[in-house]
Design a protein around this ligand. Structure first.
Ligand code: FES
Ligand code: FES
Length: 170
Protein backbone atom coordinates (compact mmCIF):
# COMPACT_ATOMS: atom_id res chain seq x y z
CA UNK A 1 0.00 0.00 0.00
CA UNK A 2 1.35 3.40 -0.92
CA UNK A 3 2.05 5.98 1.77
CA UNK A 4 2.69 9.70 1.53
CA UNK A 5 6.27 10.54 2.43
CA UNK A 6 8.46 13.60 2.36
CA UNK A 7 12.01 13.16 1.22
CA UNK A 8 14.68 15.85 1.03
CA UNK A 9 16.87 15.53 -2.04
CA UNK A 10 19.50 18.05 -3.09
CA UNK A 11 18.08 20.62 -0.72
CA UNK A 12 14.47 20.36 -1.86
CA UNK A 13 11.66 18.58 -0.04
CA UNK A 14 9.43 16.41 -2.21
CA UNK A 15 6.17 14.74 -1.38
CA UNK A 16 6.11 11.24 -2.82
CA UNK A 17 3.68 8.37 -2.78
CA UNK A 18 5.34 4.98 -2.36
CA UNK A 19 5.29 1.79 -0.34
CA UNK A 20 7.45 2.18 2.74
CA UNK A 21 9.91 -0.46 1.57
CA UNK A 22 10.31 0.84 -1.96
CA UNK A 23 14.03 1.23 -2.70
CA UNK A 24 15.11 4.86 -2.60
CA UNK A 25 16.66 4.37 -6.05
CA UNK A 26 13.27 3.69 -7.61
CA UNK A 27 11.81 6.85 -6.07
CA UNK A 28 14.75 8.93 -7.27
CA UNK A 29 14.38 7.57 -10.80
CA UNK A 30 10.67 7.22 -11.22
CA UNK A 31 9.26 10.04 -9.10
CA UNK A 32 12.00 12.64 -9.11
CA UNK A 33 13.56 11.77 -12.49
CA UNK A 34 17.09 11.88 -11.15
CA UNK A 35 19.20 9.52 -13.22
CA UNK A 36 22.66 10.04 -11.74
CA UNK A 37 22.28 6.96 -9.52
CA UNK A 38 22.17 3.80 -11.64
CA UNK A 39 20.70 0.37 -11.13
CA UNK A 40 23.51 -2.17 -11.31
CA UNK A 41 23.27 -5.24 -9.12
CA UNK A 42 20.36 -4.27 -6.88
CA UNK A 43 22.17 -6.08 -4.05
CA UNK A 44 24.43 -3.44 -2.50
CA UNK A 45 27.41 -5.04 -4.21
CA UNK A 46 28.50 -2.75 -7.05
CA UNK A 47 27.96 0.87 -5.94
CA UNK A 48 26.35 2.16 -9.14
CA UNK A 49 23.31 3.39 -7.19
CA UNK A 50 25.18 5.32 -4.51
CA UNK A 51 23.90 8.57 -3.03
CA UNK A 52 24.93 10.55 0.02
CA UNK A 53 22.80 10.38 3.16
CA UNK A 54 23.80 13.17 5.52
CA UNK A 55 27.17 13.17 3.73
CA UNK A 56 27.75 9.41 3.92
CA UNK A 57 27.61 7.10 0.93
CA UNK A 58 24.75 4.61 0.93
CA UNK A 59 23.41 2.11 -1.58
CA UNK A 60 20.04 3.42 -2.68
CA UNK A 61 19.05 0.11 -4.29
CA UNK A 62 18.65 -1.51 -0.85
CA UNK A 63 17.58 1.52 1.18
CA UNK A 64 13.85 1.61 1.94
CA UNK A 65 12.58 5.06 1.13
CA UNK A 66 10.77 5.34 4.45
CA UNK A 67 14.04 4.91 6.34
CA UNK A 68 15.47 8.13 4.91
CA UNK A 69 12.39 10.35 5.02
CA UNK A 70 13.27 13.85 6.17
CA UNK A 71 17.03 13.26 6.00
CA UNK A 72 19.47 14.98 3.66
CA UNK A 73 19.97 13.01 0.47
CA UNK A 74 22.43 14.22 -2.14
CA UNK A 75 22.67 12.75 -5.61
CA UNK A 76 25.25 13.36 -8.32
CA UNK A 77 23.08 16.24 -9.51
CA UNK A 78 23.36 17.95 -6.12
CA UNK A 79 27.14 17.86 -5.75
CA UNK A 80 27.83 21.41 -7.02
CA UNK A 81 25.49 22.86 -4.37
CA UNK A 82 27.05 20.63 -1.73
CA UNK A 83 30.49 21.94 -2.67
CA UNK A 84 29.24 25.52 -2.51
CA UNK A 85 28.06 24.87 1.05
CA UNK A 86 31.21 22.99 2.10
CA UNK A 87 33.59 25.55 0.67
CA UNK A 88 31.71 28.39 2.35
CA UNK A 89 31.86 30.14 -0.99
CA UNK A 90 30.90 33.79 -0.88
CA UNK A 91 29.93 33.67 -4.55
CA UNK A 92 26.19 33.96 -5.04
CA UNK A 93 26.07 31.38 -7.80
CA UNK A 94 26.39 27.64 -7.30
CA UNK A 95 29.31 26.36 -9.41
CA UNK A 96 28.46 24.31 -12.45
CA UNK A 97 30.54 21.39 -11.23
CA UNK A 98 31.88 19.94 -7.99
CA UNK A 99 35.72 19.74 -8.07
CA UNK A 100 35.36 15.97 -8.36
CA UNK A 101 33.20 16.32 -11.45
CA UNK A 102 35.71 18.75 -12.98
CA UNK A 103 38.58 16.38 -12.17
CA UNK A 104 36.66 13.50 -13.75
CA UNK A 105 36.47 15.53 -16.97
CA UNK A 106 40.09 16.70 -16.81
CA UNK A 107 41.40 13.17 -16.27
CA UNK A 108 38.86 11.69 -18.72
CA UNK A 109 38.00 8.95 -16.26
CA UNK A 110 34.86 7.29 -17.67
CA UNK A 111 34.83 4.51 -20.22
CA UNK A 112 31.25 3.21 -20.51
CA UNK A 113 30.37 5.42 -17.54
CA UNK A 114 27.96 3.08 -15.81
CA UNK A 115 29.80 2.86 -12.50
CA UNK A 116 30.97 6.44 -12.39
CA UNK A 117 28.10 7.87 -10.37
CA UNK A 118 29.03 5.64 -7.47
CA UNK A 119 32.73 6.38 -7.80
CA UNK A 120 32.15 10.13 -7.62
CA UNK A 121 29.65 9.87 -4.77
CA UNK A 122 32.03 7.69 -2.75
CA UNK A 123 34.84 10.14 -3.41
CA UNK A 124 32.60 13.02 -2.27
CA UNK A 125 31.98 11.14 0.97
CA UNK A 126 35.74 10.68 1.43
CA UNK A 127 36.76 14.25 0.59
CA UNK A 128 33.92 15.65 2.66
CA UNK A 129 35.72 14.48 5.78
CA UNK A 130 39.35 13.90 4.75
CA UNK A 131 41.26 16.79 3.25
CA UNK A 132 44.37 15.15 1.86
CA UNK A 133 43.77 11.41 1.80
CA UNK A 134 46.75 9.15 1.24
CA UNK A 135 46.82 6.76 -1.68
CA UNK A 136 46.06 3.92 0.68
CA UNK A 137 43.09 5.77 2.19
CA UNK A 138 41.69 6.46 -1.28
CA UNK A 139 42.07 2.82 -2.30
CA UNK A 140 40.35 1.63 0.86
CA UNK A 141 37.50 4.12 0.47
CA UNK A 142 36.88 3.12 -3.15
CA UNK A 143 37.20 -0.59 -2.52
CA UNK A 144 33.46 -1.33 -2.66
CA UNK A 145 32.91 0.10 -6.14
CA UNK A 146 33.17 -2.14 -9.15
CA UNK A 147 34.19 -0.97 -12.62
CA UNK A 148 34.05 -3.49 -15.45
CA UNK A 149 36.03 -1.10 -17.65
CA UNK A 150 38.95 -0.91 -15.23
CA UNK A 151 39.05 2.84 -14.63
CA UNK A 152 40.50 2.45 -11.14
CA UNK A 153 43.83 4.16 -11.82
CA UNK A 154 42.15 7.16 -13.45
CA UNK A 155 39.65 7.35 -10.58
CA UNK A 156 42.50 7.67 -8.08
CA UNK A 157 44.21 10.35 -10.17
CA UNK A 158 40.98 12.36 -10.37
CA UNK A 159 40.38 12.09 -6.64
CA UNK A 160 43.89 13.34 -5.94
CA UNK A 161 43.34 16.28 -8.30
CA UNK A 162 40.01 17.14 -6.69
CA UNK A 163 41.48 16.84 -3.21
CA UNK A 164 44.14 19.40 -4.12
CA UNK A 165 41.51 21.77 -5.53
CA UNK A 166 39.26 21.37 -2.52
CA UNK A 167 42.09 21.92 -0.06
CA UNK A 168 42.59 25.34 -1.63
CA UNK A 169 38.91 26.21 -1.81
CA UNK A 170 37.59 24.95 1.52
S1 FES B 1 22.83 -1.25 -7.79
FE1 FES B 1 23.04 -0.74 -5.73
S2 FES B 1 24.96 -1.54 -5.16
FE2 FES B 1 24.67 -2.27 -7.18
S1 FES C 1 33.42 2.97 -16.67
FE1 FES C 1 32.42 1.18 -17.42
S2 FES C 1 31.90 0.07 -15.63
FE2 FES C 1 33.16 1.68 -14.92
Amino acid sequence: MASSLKIKVNGLTHGVSASLDTPLLYVLHNELHLHGPRFGCGLAQCGACSVLLNGNEIRSCVTPVASVAGQNITTLEGLPALWAAQSKSTAAAIPALHPLQQAWIDVQVPQCGYCQNGMIIQAADLLGTTKNPSLQTIKEAMNGHLCRCGTYTAVIEAIQQAAATMAKGA
